[in-house]
Design a protein around this ligand. Structure first.
Ligand code: ARG
Length: 277
């Protein structure tokens, strides 16, 4: 009897072991499926200029924002570990071009022909346009009214280009700042009379700083629609991988979830997917 029980116990244990192993191997095969060939994940360093809320900004020593949450979802989908690196706007372009300090960039970067000469961009992940922000009492009805005023922009942005289109690209009334936060500071301090920057950033600022009592205008006739993309060094293999991952994150509904968390409304993902090349 004793022997029989022992035998049974051994059989049960052996079966359990077999089951666990079967279960274990099953699990590992599904993991290696989602990770490609199951090799150790590569870690990507992603450059940004974290002074552009709500896309990327510093909060308690951490870089946060829509771009960070969106990219995190995309990185998971593509199977990469990653880390953002706050290096500032102007240095970002040279850093991505050289591909040494950073592997790629996310920073509310507008895809345009000029930049596409030097960089590769992912398919669009966000639609944007420009807005003018100014103090109450300044007479601005349309974007054209910034002509003759002093206007603050972030240096080297499409906001600068939008202001130049109206005021002329040599206009000394366009004041170029290192980042968007100092451009807005300049408006607060009356160093400029208006700021031209991305619409979502303007709306976020006004929402968070009602005491400033800044006024804003949109102007679809003078400010074109544009799209943000991830920026890579020219001919980077990452582009194709990330286009795939972005598509999946949008189609799975994850994009909409993140978008709604940040903007409190539904995104037009069809319009976004239509832009893909
Ligand atoms: N979308 C504009 C551009 O690409 C402004 C982006 C600025 N981004 C930032 N993180 N400062 O020129």
């Amino acid at each position: 009897m004793k022997m029989f029980m022992k035998g049974l116990l051994i059989t049960v244990l052996a079966c359990l072991l077999a089951l666990t192993t079967a279960c274990g191997s099953n699990q590992s095969s599904s993991t290696s499926n989602s990770d490609g060939d199951g090799e150790k994940k590569e870690k990507l360093i992603v450059g940004t200029d974290a002074a552009f809320a709500p896309f990327e900004y510093m909060d308690k020593g951490e870089i946060v924002g829509f771009d960070m949450d969106f990219l995190d979802a995309v990185m998971k989908e593509a199977g990469y570990e990653w880390e953002p690196k706050n290096i500032g706007w102007d240095p970002l372009f040279e850093a991505v071009r050289q591909g040494k300090e950073v592997d790629m960039a996310i920073s509310g970067i507008t895809i345009n022909d000029d930049r596409e000469k030097t960089f590769d961009f992912s398919n669009p992940y966000f639609e944007s346009t420009h807005m003018v922000m100014f103090k109450e009492g300044t007479d601005i009805q349309t974007a054209k009214d910034i002509e003759g005023l002093t206007v603050g922009v972030q240096n080297g942005t499409t906001g600068q280009a939008a202001a130049e289109k109206i005021m002329g690209d040599k206009s000394s009334n366009i004041k170029k700042f290192e980042n968007n936060v100092v451009a807005i500071m300049a408006l607060k301090n009356n160093d400029v009379e208006a700021v031209v920057t991305d619409n979502t950033v303007v709306n976020e600022y006004v929402k968070n700083n009602p005491e400033d009592n800044f006024k804003t205008i949109e102007d679809p006739e003078n400010f074109e629609s544009e799209f943000y993309g991830l920026m890579f060094p020219k001919d980077s293999e990452l582009k194709a991988e990330f286009d795939e991952a972005i598509k999946e994150v949008i189609e799975s509904g994850e994009y909409a979830k993140i978008y709604e968390e940040w903007f409190g409304k539904e995104p037009n993902t069809d319009h976004l997917l239509e832009q893909a090349k």
